[in-house]
Write a new protein. Structure first.
Ligand code: SF4
Ligand code: SF4
Length: 401
């Protein structure tokens, strides 16, 4: 099937599921656009239901392409592409700043003081060519110490007063995600949370799989903490919505008018756990493909079957980010799920640069695994992820011998 007709088919399928069965002529389907804008918790912000993730971005024209198709939320970070992602977002949106929501992030480590964090924000504002960001996240939190640092809270208060940030947030996808989110909610540290969440982490989905094969959703407490956030008026944005993004593996099964990515997005967007979905946009083809799922109602049965096929193909070798059940299984303290996330960036996303950045940011890598003679992690994963095999492979990939 040719690219354009394939995408049109996806858009047509989306329209069919979202409304009381209008008959849509494929010839009439325009290039996909955002179909729905959603409130982000109690912030008063409204964002496109599918939003622009830019962890792999350095091309301003892609940002503009997405904006012209109705995307209004653009998410970046000081660390993405060494600042090039922020520069690309700032360049593309300079003339339409008041029409878009821009979010950025900083690591804000436990020992940092407010002046250092403010300097990081100033650097982001400069690259983004703006006086303020709508949302500023403490990035990839997996450690309560970073949230407990009073300098972060002080910094956000000052930045809010000075109008340099409009709202503050917490982003995370690590093994302590649930604990960190609960802490942030307890201490009113977040107006919005950006969390790894996909169909395979939704108990409603995994319940449907029980009759097919053994599969366990490995993130105890995640949907509960997301419900708690929403009840408090905290906005929830889902990321890592494709469960590893092995899109190319799924193409041969995408024959019923939708793609795997559209099905995965539709699952998150039609559920009750998140306001919006963020997805890394790496090309015009992908932007068209993803936006065809905007405004989605419940996934059709065939789409759920496609998601189930994906889990069957990858569930036993895919680490569910944020699960953390194996966290204490390594006596050397290797941060297993973080190591496997860096591997995912290389193997599944095929993005070596992002993988190297992610691995370099870990406080400890997997070098220890190469000489580990008694791998106590062997049976630690209820989903049978072969931890030692994958962590050793990761150490070799990143030269951590
Ligand atoms: S390897 Fe298994 S137990 Fe460990 S974080 Fe990943 S999915 Fe969870
Ligand atoms: S192989 Fe050894 S060092 Fe590596 S995670 Fe497993 S127990 Fe830890």
């Amino acid at each position: 099937m040719k690219r354009r007709s394939f995408l049109k088919l996806g858009a047509a399928a989306s329209a069919l599921y979202a409304s009381p069965r209008p008959r849509v002529s494929l010839a009439e389907v325009a290039a996909p656009r955002v179909q729905r804008y959603v409130p982000l918790g109690a912030t008063g912000l409204e964002v496109s239901d599918i939003s622009f993730g830019s962890s792999r971005l350095s091309d301003a024209s892609l940002v503009r392409y997405a904006y012209e198709r109705g995307v209004t939320y653009f998410d970046t970070a000081e660390s993405y592409r060494g600042g090039a992602s922020e520069t690309a977002v700032g360049t593309a949106l300079a003339g339409v700043r008041d029409k878009v929501i821009i979010a950025s992030k900083t690591k804000a480590r436990a020992g940092q003081d407010r002046r250092q964090i403010m300097a990081a924000l100033e650097g982001s504002l400069k690259r983004l060519r703006t006086d303020y960001v709508d949302l500023y996240y403490i990035h990839a939190v997996n450690d309560i110490d970073r949230l407990e640092n009073p300098e972060w809270a002080e910094f956000t208060e000052r930045a809010l007063e000075q109008g340099k940030i409009r709202f503050r947030g917490v982003s995370g996808h690590g093994s302590n995600l649930v604990k960190c989110l609960n802490y942030a909610l307890d201490h009113k540290l977040a107006d919005v949370v950006l969390v790894a969440f996909n169909f395979a982490q939704d108990p409603e989905f995994t319940e449907k799989l029980r009759h097919l094969f053994h599969y366990v959703a490995l993130q105890p407490g995640l949907v509960e903490v997301l419900a708690r956030a929403r009840a408090q008026g905290v906005g929830v944005i889902a990321m890592k919505t494709l469960m590893g993004a092995r899109l190319n593996d799924m193409r041969e099964f995408e024959s019923e008018g939708f793609t795997f990515a559209q099905a995965a997005l539709r699952w998150v967007l039609s559920g009750e756990h998140a306001d919006a979905a963020l997805i890394s946009m790496t090309g015009e083809f992908e932007i068209d493909e993803y936006l065809a799922a905007s405004g989605s109602a419940q996934p059709a049965q065939a789409e759920t079957r496609l998601l189930a096929r994906y889990v069957a193909m990858h569930g036993s070798n895919h680490c569910q980010q944020g699960c953390g059940i194996c966290v204490d299984s390594c006596s050397f303290g290797v941060p297993i799920s973080d190591v496997l996330r860096a591997r995912m960036y290389e193997v599944d996303y095929q993005d070596r640069r992002l993988a190297l950045e992610s691995y370099a940011n870990l406080e400890m890598g997997a070098g220890q695994c190469l000489s580990c003679s008694r791998p106590t992690c062997l049976d630690a994963c209820p989903n049978n992820v072969p931890i030692a095999v994958l962590t050793r492979d990761t150490a070799r990939r990143f030269g951590d011998a």
